[in-house]
Design a protein around this ligand. Sequence first.
Ligand code: NAI
Length: 268
Amino acid sequence: MPKLSGKNVLVTGASSGIGEAIAIRFAQEGANVAINYYSGADRAEEVRRKAEKAGTQAKGSKHITVKGDVSREPDVKDMFDRVLKEFGTLDVLINNSGVQKPAASHEVEMADFDRVIGINLRGAFMCSREAIRHFLSRGASGVIVNNSSVHEIIPKPKYVPYSISKGGMENLTKSLALEYADRGIRVNAVGPGAIVTPINNAWINDPKARAEVQSHIPMGRPGEADEIAGVFAFLASDESSYITGQTIFACGGLTLYPEFRVAWSSGE
Ligand code: NAI
């Protein structure tokens, strides 16, 4: 039996990268998937078709695309209206949308700061708020899974707006989990390490830069989007029914203090 049979799911930022992999994996697991995209309707439609193909085992499943900027309240409200009109109910929200913009902290433009926080953190909160309102109005259980990062706990100089957005996501996950635990709503997060997606185009196709990235990862390789999607499927499913308020790091060991692979602190 597929893990997410008949579940209605909204995935934000699902027209590329990890969001795309989640949409396809969830369709395989029997879910009906709403694929949110910010720009590029054609790409979103391509993902919808892939989801349709992947989900053919689940009879009667339905996948839709829904445009919307998660940092804009009217867009978020419209997106939820549309999803609820199409699906009737929502069972799972995946807050996946995220952006980053590198700059030395003393040179950060506040418009860039606001954009990163607005999409990564404020957007995740607004979508969660809408989802929770819906779950409560139905008197039903619901699940939220956030796409965080290893930078939820590891500082990232020159990416401070990104880094603090993910640090904030840890508390968003925990606070919402605690606030709604007694009403059947579970809130968790996945913390990916370095994953092969468009956000990392700066090193993916540059052999030297890629080798440098790999040298820092204890498992010796970046992750694939599908390896992350599997963790989302677990956290969205009843297999994780007693887990809430947690971040599962899927990072090839990046959160294990790789610098301590050698016992330098003991002078060896
Ligand atoms: P990506 O660039 O392919 O995906 C980001 C998605 O967010 C895109 O589909 C984009 O259209 C969407 N988006 C951007 N602005 C938006 C807006 N205003 N409203 C709605 N959607 C918007 O890159 P990737 O890697 O798939 O990123 C997905 C999530 O995974 C992000 O939250 C990112 O921080 C997180 N992540 C990625 C890692 C990696 O190494 N690829 C590592 C850790 C976390």
